[in-house]
Design a protein around this ligand. Sequence first.
Ligand code: CP
Ligand code: NVA
Length: 308
Amino acid sequence: MKRDFLSLADLSAEKVWGLLNLAISLKKERQEKGSNRPLLAGRTLAMVFQKPSLRTRVSFQLAMMHLGGQALYLSPAEIKLGERESIPDVARVLSRYVDAIMARVYAHDDLLTLAKWAAVPVINGLSDYNHPCQGLADLLTIYEKLGRLQGVKLAYVGDGNNVLHSLIFGASKVGMHLVAATPAGYEPRPDVVKQARIFAQGTGALIEVIRDPHKAVRGADVIYTDTWTSMGQEAEAEERRRIFPPYQVNAKLVAEAKPEVGVMHCLPAHRGEEITDEVADGPHSWLFDQAENRLHAQKAILVDLFEG
Ligand code: CP
Ligand code: NVA
């Protein structure tokens, strides 16, 4: 049966660790030898986008290139998923041409439809529900920086969105302590928290959702934030700008965490809103190592889907 990469919730803890170790070895190989072995020679990936992207688009394209394969970028204007053509038809047509599909969609259900009808693996390049490629790259970054994941305290400050959902699932699989501080009405989905707490029983993870960002960052090894207004929520931007300022990651908040705390953001950042320049460009920032790791983590995802 073909395998998809749609949510970190679908992966066993062993698989998450396997992907992290594979990412580390592929990163090392490229750094030491200047190139990767052509593990995906002759393979092709279609990249379907309903929304803009810098990191996901570039890192997937380069991951395929470095591994000897090819990627096709299909912009929002080209396919018009579900508008010009039905999703089942797009899935079946692309499956006749390429070996795998990566898709960035608005509605997660559209991704599930694509995966259902595609004969080839489908990778989630972000939906309104989650962002598993980001979540895996984030675990990789924390592991590289701290040398461990078990027991690491991550304070997520801001909107309970797609990125947080993948962090929650990721944390629950590797035994982290994740505390999310969100305004009322902007919590992560309760079903995500509930499911992650079940995974946590096997790994010693702790998943908490609270209100107070100051309490969340106390003793934190990592502070993580994301935009207050995700793609597709633009109509709410003004209201969100009124609600979220107490959740800004600024120097004062960072000073309340551990002295060596790392700061993460999946990017793109809205500087002066969820994060200040001082923090994004300061000594605690892991932002660009984190962005780089999208490339290495996705190489592992691709090699595993094709070869695993
Ligand atoms: N973090 C991330 O997914 O960035 P892009 O939207 O630029 O792909
Ligand atoms: N939460 C953001 C992440 C972008 C990578 C969004 O969905 O727009």
